[in-house]
Design a protein around this ligand. Sequence first.
Ligand SMILES: Nc1ncnc2c1ncn2[C@@H]1O[C@H](COP(=O)(O)OP(=O)(O)O)[C@@H](O)[C@H]1O
Ligand SMILES: [Mg+2]
Length: 234
Amino acid sequence: MSLLELDNVDTYYGQIHILQGLSIRIEPGELVCLLGGNASGKSTTLKTILGIVRPRTGMVRIEGEDVTKRPTSYRIGRGLAIVPENRRLFAPMTVLENLEMGAYLRGGGAKEDFERVYELFPLLHERRAQLAGTLSGGEQQMVAMGRALMSRPKLLLMDEPSMGLAPILVEKNFEIIEQVHQSGVAILVVEQNANVSLSIADRGYVLSTGRLVLEGKAADLRENEDLRKAYLGR
Ligand SMILES: Nc1ncnc2c1ncn2[C@@H]1O[C@H](COP(=O)(O)OP(=O)(O)O)[C@@H](O)[C@H]1O
Ligand SMILES: [Mg+2]
């Protein structure tokens, strides 16, 4: 059974038709990327998965359960977590307090949740008393991922983790994503940067103005001529 399915989803903002018959699935433990240019509907896809917007038609399923009419809080309880665009840390709060917020819906983090996050990111333990807003970009990314992992998600959703980062930090960032993936969490990463996404993903989808135009194994997509021309600059 798939961990997450979008089944023939149509999402609108008012009269504007954004996602058009979109179907994607993510299996347990997979790392999947959803690629697309600016305004192609990537964030809207994440919002549809989380229930921040509701599709007009089509279905969202988590482990086979239809959650299309369920609120965001319910879906988070079913194992979804998000690392939002630009990370959106609580800058005037400490690293520890940011992590604590990640377990807010459960009434706070358990000792083993902190331990798991600190094991993945030892630096966050060292910096636990530092204000999040004073960390470097790469360190802030660790806090954002650590915060999301505090809720013990089955599926981590990531909105453009490479955005606004220097190339060297993008590489580092994706190493961190791969590391989290290897710890057993499924990840859907939404990106404009096809190169780095396909280098760590199992599978990929390509979105263009709200429609899927390509999908397949990451290795095959890397060799795809159309994709190379459109996104990989080769
Ligand atoms: N709240 C909104 N109301 C109306 N239009 C929106 C809203 N959010 C996004 N859009 C439009 O939907 C399209 C897709 O946006 P988005 O999903 O954010 O794209 P991406 O994340 O791929 O850049 C864009 O044309 C954008 O302007
Ligand atoms: Mg976006």
